[in-house]
Design a binder for this molecule. Sequence first.
Ligand code: RRO
Length: 308
Amino acid sequence: MYPTTVGGLRLNNCIYNAAGVWDTTKAQLDELANNKWCGGIVTKSITVDERKGNEYPKYYFADGYSINSNGLENKGFSYYKSNKPKTTAYFYSIGGLSNDERKHIYTEYQHETGSGIELNLSCPNLGNAGPAYNPHTLEDFLQTFFEKDSYHQIGLKLPPYYFKEQFEDVGEIISQYPQIKFITCINSIPNCLDFDINNNIPTIKPHAGYGGLGGKAILSLGLANVNRFSTYFISNKLDIDIVGCGGVTSGQDVYKYLLAGANAVQVGTYLWENGPNVFESLTKELDLIMKRKGYYSIAQVPVYNSNV
Ligand code: RRO
């Protein structure tokens, strides 16, 4: 086991689920909580009211990658509060369909001790894109979200960015809000399409077949996003944790996220396809690499600084 902290919360292992995977029902949450290898739990992204989400089929998996357009299916915000498992670090993923709704959900959760908040500003499958897709909408959102003198401690789930300037712009905006204790990079890649060639139709039904790409295919983009932010935070002496997410299917991949600068790693598609036993196998694979290198703590992994 490799303990870590994310946004001030202690996790007994640095590997856990990605928001939206194995975290919608009480049975799933309990299964994660009872799995000692799963270091924390993030809920499915939450709205005030229960949502059925988009029509089926809304998830497709083949050849190591997935496309989803789940559409924020969740059981509503009180469900995730009353069914909070006792044992593990628990993060509410706040979805919300508007900025007002995000704030409303947040005010219900903010003073709960022992829980964290991962504010999802990057859902790829809603009509209007989440505020983090554009630095200007991100800045406007954060300005209204953090009222003066209010006490907030949150993390942000960010979309993938592609250009160095984007990381600098977003990094600078984030640096102005000491309430932001961690970021999670990356959400699925929006606007992806695949075909079922037997039937000459897209593989998923909502939004004309377009959805968010996850799985092995997005590992290197996830690593790059973690490392760009890690390098920015180190250069600017910012104490913000980074959770790596995207494309993990082995202990090697977990180790790569640690090298890139992550404090913890979330697992999405691979967990969805194989179930919670993956936490044990990923940890044991990571353990072999760590032992081979003589490391006993993730703090010993030499974080790569790309500012050269
Ligand atoms: O529910 C979804 O369709 C969804 C969300 Br909120 C998200 O943040 N990322 C994703 O791939 N799917």
